[in-house]
Design a protein around this ligand. Structure first.
Ligand code: KG4
Ligand code: ZN
Length: 381
């Protein structure tokens, strides 16, 4: 919970000095709009947040049509399409937000993790813009950005809370103590939840990206018709594993004739999905019980899953759990979440250097990338 203490001006920008009650640190959130830019994978996105943190515009240009025929993201193609799209996407966001370039307080850009070539497009574009406008630039972790999406529409969501990040590359459970302060509780030992959805969809002959396609098909299937093993790892463990489930689906598909597969595809999708989401829900609730925290945020592309959202909402209603799941458009990659994470980072004085730094790499821990706070080592050190 933050309370404004005082207001001061720096250059042409006005800042509120805030009292951050949960960490006792003084932050100054920009009182002018922030531009966010995201190019870490196959979405070129730009968004503008107003002085109050509300989303004024969020534009996402998806590259799904480009990568569809390859059945996955082709990094080189992704970089090229980002180069083609970034200018138009940023302009569209600024136009939709109806704010002037001069009124921007800063720019936030995804610094990593992601595809190197794709990240470089966004980072270089943001650096140029920041240099031309003479405004601060901050690099944010893609994970921090997904986490920030839980507060986009619910700024009062409490801390500490449990955060489950479920995306194409991550299945990570955190205890979140303050904005930018996360401690890893557990993560996947093999595939990420999104990866399990994508690979399962591929085995079932569904389109790309697989997650939404499998979600749609599962809605017309019966999740009890074909049972799948649910991997809880060890009792009381907060680690995940989805590779065995993937193999189970492969064996079931291989054992079926074309006709059986055609008839049973929706039931397979529903059973397979159920095995993923039940484990996600169980482990997230277990993390809450183990830490004594009754607030849960679930973020990342997989949080768009219909069955996962239904199960979480049912549980929250029955148990009084405080739950935050972003609106669908903020679950998958977008720049509003980048701007939100950047807004917090700018407030703490974090800045990305505009000068060339030949001996640092993108997302390198310690180089103002909050990724460091997201590692197990940090949590234990
Ligand atoms: O967060 P995101 O857009 O990108 C990464 O940071 O990875 O997540 C993408 C992942 C993909 O694996 C995609 O299949 C999955 O999220 N996904 C879904 C759904 N929508 C996206 N998985 C299950 N159900 C969905 N409705
Ligand atoms: Zn993502």
């Amino acid at each position: 919970m933050m309370r404004p203490l005082s207001v001061f001006r720096q250059g042409s920008h006005c800042f509120f000095l805030l009292n951050c009650m949960d960490t006792d640190k003084a932050f100054s959130l920009p009182s002018d709009p922030i531009l966010g830019i995201e190019t870490s994978c196959d979405e070129t996105a730009a968004a503008v947040l107003g002085a109050d943190g509300k989303v004024l515009a969020s534009v996402v240009a998806s590259q799904h049509a480009v990568h569809e025929r390859f059945g996955g993201v082709v990094p080189e193609l992704a970089s090229r399409v980002h180069i083609e799209m970034i200018e138009r996407v940023v302009m569209a966001a600024m136009e939709e937000a109806a704010v002037s370039w001069q009124s921007l307080a800063g720019i936030a850009v995804t610094q990593g993790p992601g595809l190197a070539g794709a990240l470089i497009v966004g980072v270089n574009y943001a650096k140029t813009l920041s240099y031309m406008l003479g405004i601060p630039l901050v690099g944010v972790s893609h994970l921090e950005a997904h986490i920030a999406s839980a507060w986009l529409e619910e700024p009062e969501f409490p801390l500490p809370c449990i955060v489950l990040v479920v995306s194409g590359g991550h299945t990570h459970l955190y205890r979140r103590d303050g904005q930018g302060v996360s401690h890893l509780l557990g993560c996947t030992r093999d595939d990420a939840a999104g990866e399990a959805f994508d690979k399962g969809a591929q085995m079932l002959g569904l389109g790309f990206p697989g997650g939404p396609a499998l979600d749609r098909l599962a809605q017309v299937g019966n999740h009890t018709a074909i049972p799948f093993p649910k991997s809880f790892f060890k009792k009381d463990s907060l680690e995940f594993s989805f590779s065995g489930l993937k193999t189970a689906l492969l064996y079931k598909v291989q054992a079926m004739t074309e006709q059986e597969l055609a008839r049973g595809r929706a039931d397979l999708a529903a059973g397979y999905q159920e095995a993923i989401v039940r484990v996600l829900v169980e482990k997230a609730l277990l993390a809450g019980r183990q830490t004594g925290i009754s607030a849960l945020a679930v973020v990342g592309g997989v949080s768009a899953n219909t069955r996962l959202r239904t199960l979480l909402e049912e549980h929250a209603r029955a148990s009084g759990l405080r739950l935050s799941i972003p609106a669908l458009r903020f679950c998958t990659d977008n720049a509003a979440m980048v701007a939100a994470a950047g807004r917090q980072a700018l407030a703490t004085g974090s800045r990305m250097a505009i000068d060339a730094e030949p001996f640092t790499t993108l997302g390198q821990p310690g180089h103002n990338c909050p990724e460091r706070a997201l590692t197990k080592e940090t949590a234990h050190s």
